[in-house]
Design a protein around this ligand. Structure first.
Ligand code: UDX
Length: 438
């Protein structure tokens, strides 16, 4: 099947390369000419395990090609996946300008009948409006709109595409549904076929529920510290109940990234515009914000109260491991709080330094090329991203480089390793015994 994918960002590029791997002929289009030029040269503009190989392999097989113009990309396509960004506006609402700009271009360029399948996360009702727009006089050929939300996670996006828990197809036309089913035939997962609105809602409700799980376990963690319980054991005990499930019960410094914060805020906003007060989501957002502040206070207490002039080594800038994405990263918020308190921050991340530099740069913040360099003279090491490599660092060497043997672990990455050795004063999240409770 010939498929065009508009937008070569995170979702778009993974979708395009993976659809090509499934055997389709895919045209990946982005109006960013520099990005397309880089992709033509085989360079993927962000860090995602397995993606570069997938792109190169399918370009070589001539199943995947890149375009910066829409007309060429649309040629012969039966399905057009819309994968443009929907970043948050200041008030939490999703900014749909890229969706409408793509729709206007489609309106001008379409010369044959296609299915427009939206993968971008858009507020409930948007796809119906899009269908109305594309049906209007401006477009001379029949166009059917479907909502095919994307659930892939950064860091495991390629695997998630081929092995999803489900494929959701919001479409009210049976022939179109069959075509979309055919596009995903090789994906073995339950297919949920439903209306546009329900499909849009599944995406928001799923992300909001997962974010709720995280805020819930973070509150349990805070309580564990006070009552002398261990959140990791509590989460394991809870997760074994199949009605609860063990995923997304890791306590820490709150969720970040390009999806959860924006989607939870957007759903709260959508509820508001329909005169519904979604009280639970408001609390989820508030707990997530507070979790970062609580962790900052924990660092403050660990180093004896004042952070002024203290050297703090921060290990991790990405919003989670295996990605270079720093959008809404808790690590950056914690660095901001440390800097505001007068600390001198020495930061290290295996891949996210460049992205972090673009959004956070000031004299009291120095980026280092290794954990060892960052730890030199530090009054404390703070762990903010769960990179595996931090587990296998030579901690004995680090101990000698540091001024004080303090570790404050926001991801419970080293829990159990240091708690009992006496080598470090080790503080983590949600572990009642021997921890600082704030
Ligand atoms: C998420 C959804 O999982 C995905 O389905 C959707 O398509 C996009 O948003 P992603 O943003 O890549 O994916 O990251 P995810 O792995 O879900 O983690 C989100 C945030 O939650 C991260 O900051 C992570 O550190 C945090 N998290 C996750 C926790 O704090 N605890 C957990 O138990 C799980």
């Amino acid at each position: 099947m010939r498929i065009a994918v508009i937008g070569a960002g995170y979702v778009g590029l993974v979708t395009a390369a993976a659809l090509a791997e499934l055997g389709h002929r895919v045209a990946s289009m982005d109006r960013d000419q520099r990005k397309i030029a880089a992709l033509k040269g085989g360079a993927v503009p962000f860090h995602e395990p397995g993606l570069e190989n997938l792109v190169r392999r399918n370009v070589r097989r001539r199943r995947l090609a890149f375009y910066d113009g829409l007309s060429e990309a649309l040629r012969g396509s039966r399905v057009v996946f819309l994968c443009v960004g929907t970043p948050p506006k200041k008030n939490g609402e999703a900014d749909l300008s890229q969706v409408w700009s793509a729709a206007r271009s489609l309106g001008k360029k379409l010369d044959h009948s296609v299915i427009v399948a939206t993968k971008s996360t858009v507020p409930v009702g948007t796809n119906r409006k899009l269908a109305g727009f594309l049906r209007s006089a401006r477009v001379s050929v029949p166009v059917i709109v479907a909502s095919v939300p994307e659930f892939l996670r950064e860091g495991s996006a390629v695997r998630d595409f081929f092995h999803p828990d489900r494929v959701v197809i919001g479409c009210e036309d049976s022939k179109t549904t069959q075509t979309l089913m055919a596009a995903f035939r090789k994906i073995q997962a339950p297919k949920v076929v439903t209306t546009l609105e329900s499909a849009e809602m599944i995406k928001y409700a799923s992300n909001a529920f997962l974010a709720t799980k995280i805020s819930f376990i973070n509150e349990i963690a805070n309580l564990c510290e006070r009552v002398g319980a261990d959140v990791e054991v509590v989460a394991r005990g809870m997760g074994l109940d199949t009605r609860i499930g063990s995923a997304f019960l890791k306590a820490g410094i709150g969720y970040g990234g390009s999806c959860f914060p924006k989607d939870v805020r957007a759903l709260h906003q959508i509820a508001g515009t329909h005169q519904y007060r979604f009280r639970l989501l408001k609390a989820v957002i508030e707990v997530n914000r507070a979790q970062r502040e609580l962790f900052f206070k924990k660092i403050q207490r660990a180093v004896g109260g004042s952070l002024r002039g203290k050297k703090i080594a921060v290990f991790g800038l990405a919003f989670k491991a295996n990605t270079d994405d720093v959008r809404e990263s808790a690590a950056l918020d914690i660095i901001r709080l440390l800097l505001r308190a007068g600390a001198r921050v020495r930061a290290y991340d295996p891949v996210a330094e460049e992205n972090a530099r673009e959004v956070l740069s000031q004299p009291s913040l120095v980026y280092h090329a290794s954990a060892y360099k960052a730890a030199r003279g530090a009054d404390a090491v703070v762990i903010t991203t769960e990179w595996e490599e931090f587990r296998s660092l030579r901690w004995g060497t680090l101990r000698k480089l540091m001024r004080q043997p303090i570790i404050v672990d926001g991801k419970n990455l080293l829990a159990g390793v240091f708690a009992a050795t006496g080598q470090f004063r080790y503080y983590s999240v949600g572990k009642g015994k021997g921890q600082i409770s704030v």
